[in-house]
Design a protein around this ligand. Sequence first.
Ligand code: PEP
Ligand code: MN
Length: 252
Amino acid sequence: MPEIKRGEWTVIAGPCAAESCEQILLTAKSVMDSGAQYLRAGLWKPRTSADSWQGSGDRGVEWMIEAKRQTGVKLATEVKDTHSIDLTLKNGFELLWIGSRSAQHYPLLEEIGKATSDGRTIVMLKRGMGTDLKDWLGAASYITRHNTNVILCERGVRGFGTDTRNILDLQTAWLAQKESGLPVIIDPSHAAGRADLITPMSLATKAAGLSGLIVEVHPDPANARTDSKQQLNFEDFGRLMNRLRQIPSLNA
Ligand code: PEP
Ligand code: MN
């Protein structure tokens, strides 16, 4: 049964969006070699505009399964409706997450809790970009009443400036881990919106005693179809993982 433990250190890495089978296989091999345990990739992308590319959709499921077959990597993706929940569960994805835009969609939270009530699939709840600790933990309770195999993910809250996409709120992340007893991990890619901040924010996350990271990694970030500014290339991700090894994991 896949489990992410509080006080241990888990890294989920992969592209913002699944773009092709080749991209998924290359990335899976590289992030596994660098020490990540889970491959992330968005299949059904929640885009700001309905006119933007909406992701590979169901086709990407096959690419992810092939990556697992070839490397043994565990699979993580975002689900946003009954269809995506059913398809990923049927295909043995180890971790399903609810994205920031769905973070207070209570019927969806109930639904994923019920669909995973055997506790065999990890559900990760991202923090809504405009929610406080009470909102976040309250939303998590809709899932944990059915499945307690839940982790939380801080991905930045809206700020007032334009230098970074969001503000990484390590304070609330730390409080969420303390108050809920659930593992809390950080998404420095969506928090910062820029690749140069990923390493320092990741090191701070581990030093603060949080439980892991979800990081965007792409074979060719400059040409990524989504979020091109905030993805690490393979080499920089490997370097980040080496630096993280120098920090012990602490139990916050
Ligand atoms: C993602 O991780 O792919 C994503 C869309 O993140 P968020 O929901 O935090 O914006
Ligand atoms: Mn993204």
